[in-house]
Design a binder for this molecule. Structure first.
Ligand SMILES: Cc1cc2nc3c(=O)[nH]c(=O)nc-3n(C[C@H](O)[C@H](O)[C@H](O)COP(=O)(O)O)c2cc1C
Ligand code: SF4
Ligand code: SF4
Ligand code: SF4
Length: 390
């Protein structure tokens, strides 16, 4: 939105500022989005020139201007109190609320913080009316929502749908269905701190209430399609490793909780866990969810809790049978060559980074399991499907 329709956001912010009597506005944009920064700065300059920003806007006697502040890429700086501190030039860490920013925000002044999508709606609501907007979505949430559709789906990209659209419609009608026509396993919504919605609930309407009831969030609008080829334990570990790394460390439940949870997930995916670890993982996740200071720590356990709830058998399989059915957990898989199928072309041996494949030309090759680092290169390069991942 910042890149393709910057004036819409500028207009929304000017109207919002006028409504609350604000004198100054900020765009907090991560430095990794130079195009968004350039387009907003360009839009602001044009508005200043046209008298839509600055002193005595259109002769109204009202002064208002805006500027862009760059974020250095910390996820937690999206949390409103951390964002305020970051703009103030302090370390971007959340603060206890209350007081809320609307009472005591930037430099102690009442501050309205909203998402770009919220500001983008304002001019349309004024142009077409509140009733028109409310009719677009559900009884609880009006309007549309943009999702970044990705993962194992045929067509990826940004998708805008009215709130209340079934998840299945986004995945199958818009996204064209699961890649390679595999079975849908789950849909992960809300970014790294979102939860997994199992395929059995894919008729769910996208809205804040149903998503949170299912253990997920709307969050940043990420929508990742997962197929039968995805491992829920491995994915939970992947998402948690992100939030663990992004934890600002201010409060114990999140700083220590995400680290200990990640350790347990690493134990499970490497075949070193026992069943009691599942109870520990669940207890820690709930503790973090209920007691962390900000939204990052409170949402970080979502992938863990939703996968434990809906895919617990997969966790048990990793622990008891030391098996990863989706063959994603490297420690639980191995590569072997079928001597009946191998024609001895030597391609795998020449591509193996640790030179652990032996065999003469035109004879079956063999992998030295002790030395194999499970990089999967042989599996990728064999044109005769002789390398098996088991
Ligand atoms: C850890 C964390 C990261 C966040 N990141 C963003 C973000 O990148 N962009 C954003 O608009 N809101 C982000 N938010 C939400 C904002 O803090 C804020 O609640 C939201 O932008 C309010 O706008 P709205 O009421 O218009 O939705 C984040 C929240 C948390 C807890
Ligand atoms: S929940 Fe995590 S990110 Fe939020 S204040 Fe606590 S340690 Fe920092
Ligand atoms: S690439 Fe395949 S066919 Fe060729 S030697 Fe290796 S396993 Fe055998
Ligand atoms: S998985 Fe990698 S390390 Fe192992 S045999 Fe194949 S190419 Fe070599």
């Amino acid at each position: 939105m910042l890149e393709s329709d910057p004036f819409n956001i500028v207009e929304g912010m000017i109207i919002a500022a006028f409504a609350i009597g604000a004198g100054h506005g900020f765009y907090y944009i991560r430095a990794e989005y130079p195009l968004a920064i350039k387009r907003i700065q360009n839009a602001l300059a044009q508005c200043r020139k046209a008298g839509l920003l600055g002193r005595n806007i259109m002769g109204s006697g009202w002064d208002f201007d805006m500027e862009v502040r760059l974020g250095a890429g910390a996820f937690v700086c999206g949390e409103e109190t951390a964002l305020i501190r970051s703009i103030e030039g302090e370390r971007g860490q959340p603060k206890v609320r209350p007081p809320y920013p609307t009472v005591k925000g930037l430099w102690g002044k009442p501050t309205c913080i909203n998402n770009v999508e919220t500001f983008a709606n304002i001019s349309a609501i004024i142009n077409y009316g509140g009733e028109w907007f409310a009719n677009q979505g559900t009884a609880d949430s009006g309007g549309t929502k943009v999702f970044a559709l990705a993962g194992n789906v045929k067509h990826t990209g940004l998708v805008e749908v009215p709130l209340g659209t079934p998840l299945s419609k986004v995945v199958f009608n818009i996204g064209g269905g699961v890649k390679d026509d595999k079975a849908l396993k789950a849909i992960q919504t809300g970014g790294p701190a979102g939860g997994f919605i199992p395929a059995s609930q894919s008729e769910m309407e996208v809205d804040f209430g149903p998503l949170s009831k299912a253990g997920s969030i709307m969050g940043s609008g990420g929508m990742i399609v997962l197929s039968e080829d995805d491992c829920m334990v491995d994915l939970s570990k992947f998402y948690l490793s992100f939030t663990q790394e992004e934890s600002c460390g201010k409060c114990t439940p999140c700083r220590e909780g995400t680290t200990r949870m990640l350790e347990i997930l690493e134990k499970i995916t490497s075949g070193r866990a026992v069943l009691e670890d599942l109870d520990k993982l669940e207890r820690l996740a709930r503790l973090c969810q209920q007691t962390a200071l900000c939204g990052l720590g409170r949402a970080a356990p979502n992938p863990v809790l939703s996968s434990l709830k809906n895919f617990r058998d997969e966790y048990r399989e990793h622990i008891v049978e030391k098996k990863c059915k989706a063959k994603k957990c490297v420690a639980l898989i191995r590569y072997q060559i079928d001597p009946e199928t191998c024609i001895g072309c030597t391609v795998c041996a020449r591509n193996c980074p640790v030179e652990c494949i032996s065999g003469q030309r035109k004879t079956a090759h063999l992998i030295d399991q002790e030395r194999c680092v499970k990089c999967g290169q042989c599996f990728e390069v064999c044109r005769f499907d002789a390398v098996e991942r088991v």
